[in-house]
Design a protein around this ligand. Structure first.
Ligand code: NAG
Ligand code: CA
Ligand code: CA
Ligand code: CA
Length: 326
């Protein structure tokens, strides 16, 4: 399993593929599993000259400043974060300490993301976001909801699809059905994978993305096709066969050749799986030189590259976070 892989680039790709004819062939594997409490990231889809960037509002638009840190600066900042991870201050980071840190980092990311975009939507500043506020902020520059002002048919279709999805997701997130999202409801709208009651929507949206023949199920060809698009002149990577096998053995549990909603849910939202714990254990395994199952600051800093690419540092971005912002 590709535990260490960030979902954000993949979801970005998914947004691009789903909404615009923008999908470059790649032999790289795409990951679908929503690790519980994982990050949602939807990259801008603006490259095609859209006038308004729907997904930039939904996701974060890259504070890339940590890329500019030298390795020495990164290590120093990582060291300071380690002091915070070491909850009992005994100089050793345990799997439990690392796990709770990762969970906190994930929650912080979600809260930050909502906070960051709140005012763009809450235009009347009443502390809630109505569907109309969201719709106006997101699609309001178009003359109507059928996007009759969009001349390109493909773009028109993707806008309609996007709006339909947004309506459905908003209605689900809006628990009391008053068409106004509280802070919590809006968080569920932006980060549905964080909320149990949004599970059906996450499953449905995933199926819709992958299901090419529109039967509401995912067959083996669609399953593999979602992760892999053949590139001319490149041979099929080995993992493709592996995934076909996975599909037959572990995805299609009732062996009818297709994944239904339940099977897709088991796949992308494995409930009994503690992703933060798994990532913590993986990081310890990869860094624990003296094999005492705990990490010293030195062991962590020695493996700084892996930590900077992990949720411990919010994929590096928390290295530039100020101390009082943790
Ligand atoms: C949304 O836009 C319409 C048309 O411009 C406007 O009449 C309406 O008041 C706006 N609603 C909100 C909540 O901003
Ligand atoms: Ca400790
Ligand atoms: Ca509500
Ligand atoms: Ca099945």
């Amino acid at each position: 399993m590709m535990l260490m892989m960030s979902r954000r680039s993949l979801l970005g790709l998914l947004a691009l593929c789903a909404s615009v004819a923008f999908c470059k062939p790649t032999s790289e594997k795409k990951e679908r599993v929503h690790h519980s409490k994982d990050l949602d990231e939807r990259d801008p889809i603006d490259q095609n000259g859209f006038q308004f960037d729907h997904d930039a509002f939904m996701g974060r638009e890259g504070s890339k400043t940590f890329d500019q840190l030298t390795p020495e600066e990164s290590k120093e900042r990582l060291g300071k974060i380690v002091d915070r991870i070491d909850d009992d201050q005994d100089g050793l980071v345990t799997a439990d300490e690392l796990t709770s840190w990762i969970k906190r980092a994930q929650n912080r990311y979600v809260d930050d993301n909502v906070k960051k975009h709140w005012n763009e939507y809450d235009t009347n500043r009443d502390g809630q976001i109505s569907w109309e506020e969201y719709r106006n902020a997101t699609y309001g520059f178009h003359v109507d909801e059928s996007f009759s002002d969009v001349s390109n048919d493909e773009d028109k279709a993707s806008y309609r699809k996007m709006l339909k999805r947004d309506v459905r997701r908003f209605e689900k997130a809006d628990k009391d059905g008053d068409k106004v999202a509280t802070r919590e409801e809006f968080t569920a709208f932006l980060h549905p994978e964080e909320f149990d009651y949004m599970k059906p929507i996450v499953v449905l949206e995933t199926i819709e993305d992958i299901d090419k023949d529109g039967d509401g199920m995912v067959d083996e060809k669609e399953y593999v096709g979602d992760m892999y698009s053949p590139v001319d002149g490149e041979s099929e990577p080995d993992w493709v066969k592996n995934e076909q096998e996975q599909f037959r053995r572990f995805r299609d549990l009732n062996k009818d050749g297709k994944m239904d909603k339940e099977e897709v849910e088991r796949w992308i939202l494995p409930g009994d799986y503690d992703h933060a714990m798994a990532e913590a254990k993986h990081l310890i395994h990869e860094s624990d030189k003296d094999e005492d199952s705990k990490l010293t600051k030195q062991e962590i800093v020695n493996n700084w590259n892996m930590f900077v690419g992990s949720q411990v540092t919010n994929y590096g971005e928390d290295l530039t976070r100020k101390h009082d912002e943790f």
